[in-house]
Design a binder for this molecule. Sequence first.
Ligand code: ZN
Ligand code: ZN
Length: 303
Amino acid sequence: MFANALNDRISRVAAANIGVALAVVSLKYVAYLVSGSVALFSDALESIVNVMTALTAYFAIRMSAKPPDSDHPFGHSKAEFLAAMFEGAMIAVAAVLILIKAYSSLTEGETLEQSFLGLGINSVATIINAGWAWALIKWGTDWRSPALIADGHHLFTDVITSVGVIIGLSLAILTGWSFLDPLIAAIVAVNILGMGYRIATDSMSRLMDQAASPEIEARIRGAIEANGVGAVQAHDIRTRQAGRALFIEFHLVVPGSMTVDEAHAICDRLEDSIEKNIEGSEVVIHVEPEYKAKPEDSGAVPL
Ligand code: ZN
Ligand code: ZN
């Protein structure tokens, strides 16, 4: 399949993902309205997180695909981190809302109405979620899209939460222990809070120009070693990730008597091989004469 057709498909699934998430949230909210259950309320709010995740993924896929322009010569790949940080903050708000509601329900007591109707509606939403999660993982695997696979796995953890909520609420109804309802809600809220914290801290660290993983660094060094014939050494290798883009720069020491033509040919060869080897990478090389060489224990790559 051509890359563009594939991108179109991924982007269409990302759009459909928003629709499914909205439908599931609506169903779960109706389930809360008819039952008055705080646990079902918490499950509905957790699904709002999915709507935001779906929006973020769609926004990130569209925005990052935008080619560099004069305002943003390095491209737009950081858009997804900003979106993810916003998402993390919204998730925290959802968790706090649930905790407030659970607390007031615990202190004031509550009456569950039409709980079985609420449970039934929530179950339908949960089945839709499970089916969609399965489809996302299958498409993601077929089309090699880590974003879709991650989204599918995330949805599955929600399905597990929903099943827990359904079992817990059924227990509350059967035993008449109404405190179980806000208790389940509080557990869901703490879980959501943890999720928001992970999303926010992860995207923050990436926004601060996080370096490539040690595996990628090793592949870069390998490509330099294999293609640096004619140069003396490479040092000060620095990498920074910006979404799917990876910016790589290093110093290349060549004999001072080498012509610009020859040094440039080595640079082009190195740039080509690294960029081909590591998807999304962009390489910039700074050329230096041999007296600028660094000792090997500084992490320099001898050539
Ligand atoms: Zn240097
Ligand atoms: Zn050039």
